[in-house]
Design a protein around this ligand. Structure first.
Ligand SMILES: [Zn+2]
Length: 618
């Protein structure tokens, strides 16, 4: 048999619900922050000789996709005693490595590097000079053939001298700068990232001190935990408890990184979330307000997503593909509630929340993608696009189960209210569906579409199955706006952007003319996105096109904004000089409405249900 054909008998054993014979010791050295190199050593007990397959975790729950950074895995060496063991990688399942364990070996030692990106072009930067984040799935291999809950890990992490750390797994002790964590199963370990850094603060957010905001930052000045800024975070915990009922955790760490070095992230876990946001989250409190949605969003996932999860999204092992058919509940309803909790907690004013909902509604009102692609099909997008930049997002539509899903849940909430004479609401659904009867570390209770329909029917008899088939599985033109109207509001466009729009534009560093010219452009004139079949689309402008002149003036944000405003007052066209590749040309873009921004205004005489929804629970 030739060497290549030998791969044909490399089969990865399927996971079984049986215990791995003994705990695996895992040592991660994260002290080399200047190079961002993590050094890993694992001691894996083996019961007998023969073939052993080791896996790098591939399908990651919070990502809903095979998003492991296997390309950053390097330097693999496997030893038994003094002897180095040859390994080979599966030719297709490239996360799998096979070794032949000698008959007399009691354990093998595996070492490798995880080479964290040193530039954003290589991936999300996770190690900074004064702050780092560890996702355990990036720093371990596990034996194939076992459910993740059946493999016990004893993890040790060495951090730079004097750094603090935070993690949902308790530390048993710390010797010098090596932290020893309490033994946990593989699924809990992977679900419990660590933040570490020189500058940190940990603030309790509830009376029982179960929930903490653990802040890590590039420098000490960024950590401003004055009462004014902490109080709404405390209110998030209180309002979430009133909404969802008993929590499905015994402790919860909100891991919040404030950094210009690290890449942004927001990922949910059972007993923590990891969020890295702008450095000025606290120090430019008003100037970053639109970003505050992340905290309630990821916290809500403890109930919706981690404790309760669509049945096909739960998998026993990280080598089992994840399916996402109910992500419009997992993410769609979470986005609905995160905005409600932003308002109920005081992270946002009610008016800021109305503006955020208006932007979502307007976005889907003009998005053409819903004409060919139902929301249910977008639940495949974590696997298809994996959040890569897209040429035509409004036609491809990517992960619209989040935002369009949130509009469907507003429709459902207001429908329950209407059907029940305003005696019931989606708050009752949240309580009945997500309240936990357990507070363990990592239990998941799965549900099916029929369970969702049954819970809704309990609250208000209605053909929910037919409704959801039409909204989730059907194609349509425009946004589902009935919820907004039933909530006493209507979507309108005005020429003032409002503070939510202005804030998101400022934080994104762009000029967003989606509802006028049909494009978004950065401060250098480079087009970031063009609305499918919008005015810029008709002029054959694409993402990547550079705008050289706007209305006879050299490009600037002010010049382009003024040109669009002028178009609304005069002949309805904007003259642009643009370049794309080798082609420079002048175009006239039809833009008769001038500047247009979405808002919600009260419907006269209608019950303002949206204000009732956004009011804090007492
Ligand atoms: Zn989410």
């Amino acid at each position: 048999m030739t060497k290549n054909l030998r791969d044909l008998d490399f089969k990865v054993p399927a996971p079984r619900d049986i215990a791995y014979p003994a705990p695996i010791r895992l040592y991660v050295d994260a002290q080399d922050v200047l190079r961002g190199i993590l050094q890993i050593r694992q001691v894996i007990p083996v019961r007998s000789g023969g073939p052993l397959t080791l896996l790098f975790p591939e399908w990651l729950p919070g990502y809903h996709a095979p998003r492991a950074s296997i390309a950053l895995f390097a330097g693999l060496r496997i030893e038994a005693g003094e002897k180095e063991l040859p390994w080979r990688r599966h030719p297709v399942q490239v996360h799998a490595f096979k070794v032949e364990v000698p008959a007399d070996a009691e354990q093998i030692v595996v070492s490798f590097h995880f080479l964290t990106p040193t530039d954003p072009s290589q991936g999300r930067v996770v190690v900074g000079k004064e702050i780092l984040t560890i996702q355990w799935n990036s720093v371990l291999l596990y034996p194939a053939g076992y459910y993740a809950r059946q493999i016990e890990f004893h993890a040790f992490l060495t951090v730079p001298a004097g750094w603090q750390h935070s993690c949902a797994i308790a530390a048993v002790d710390r010797q010098d700068d090596t932290i020893r964590f309490e033994p946990v199963s593989l699924d809990v370990l992977v679900d419990s990232p660590v933040f570490a850094g020189r500058y940190a603060a940990r603030v309790p957010l509830d009376d029982q001190e179960k929930v903490h905001l653990s802040i890590f930052a590039d420098n000490a000045e960024l950590i401003d935990i004055s009462e004014k800024k902490i109080a709404p975070h405390r209110a998030v915990v209180e309002q979430a408890g009133k909404l969802f009922g008993p929590a499905p955790f015994d402790r919860f760490e909100m891991l919040l990184g404030l950094s210009s070095e690290l890449g942004r992230i927001g990922v949910e876990h059972h007993r923590s979330f990891e969020a890295v946001t702008v450095p000025d989250y606290f120090t430019d409190w008003e100037g970053c307000f639109s970003l505050r949605e992340t905290v309630p969003h990821e916290f809500i996932h403890a109930w919706n997503g981690k404790f309760r999860r669509g049945a096909d999204s739960w998998t026993p092992s990280f080598d089992t593909p994840i399916r996402n058919s109910l992500m419009w509940v997992y993410e769609g309803q979470t986005q609905y509630w995160d905005r409600v909790l932003c308002a109920r907690s005081g992270l946002w004013t009610a008016d800021q929340t109305l503006q955020a909902i208006a932007v979502t509604a307007a976005t889907h009102q003009v998005r053409a993608g819903s004409r060919w692609r139902p929301i249910s099909d977008t639940t495949r997008d974590p696997i298809i696009a994996a959040r890569a930049p897209l040429p035509w997002p409004s036609w491809q539509r990517s992960e619209d189960y989040y935002s369009e899903g949130s509009l469907v849940w507003l429709d459902i909430d207001t429908r329950i209210r209407m059907l029940s004479g305003d005696t019931r609401s989606l708050d009752d659904f949240a309580r009945s569906f997500f309240a936990a009867d357990q507070q363990g570390p990592a239990q998941t209770l799965t549900y099916t579409l029929d369970d969702v329909i049954a819970a809704l029917t309990d609250l208000a008899p209605f053909d929910w199955g037919g409704f959801l088939r039409e909204r989730i599985d059907g194609k349509h033109t425009g946004a589902p706006l009935e919820g907004i109207e039933r909530a006493g509001y209507q979507l309108v466009f005005r020429n003032d952007p409002g503070e939510f729009w202005t804030n998101t534009e400022k934080l994104a560093g762009n000029l967003n003319l989606m509802f006028s010219l049909g494009l978004i452009v950065d401060h250098d004139g480079k087009v970031e996105e063009v609305l499918w079949e919008g005015p810029a689309f008709e002029a054959a402008i694409t993402a990547g096109t550079e705008i050289l002149e706007a209305g006879e003036r050299p490009f600037s944000v002010e010049a382009l904004r003024a040109a669009v405003q002028e178009a609304g007052r005069s002949n309805g066209t904007v003259r642009l000089r643009v370049t794309s590749g080798t082609c420079e040309r002048e175009v006239e873009v039809h833009c008769p409405g001038g500047l247009r921004y979405p808002h919600l205004t009260p419907l006269e005489g209608a019950r303002p249900r949206l204000l009732e929804i956004l009011s804090p629970r007492v």
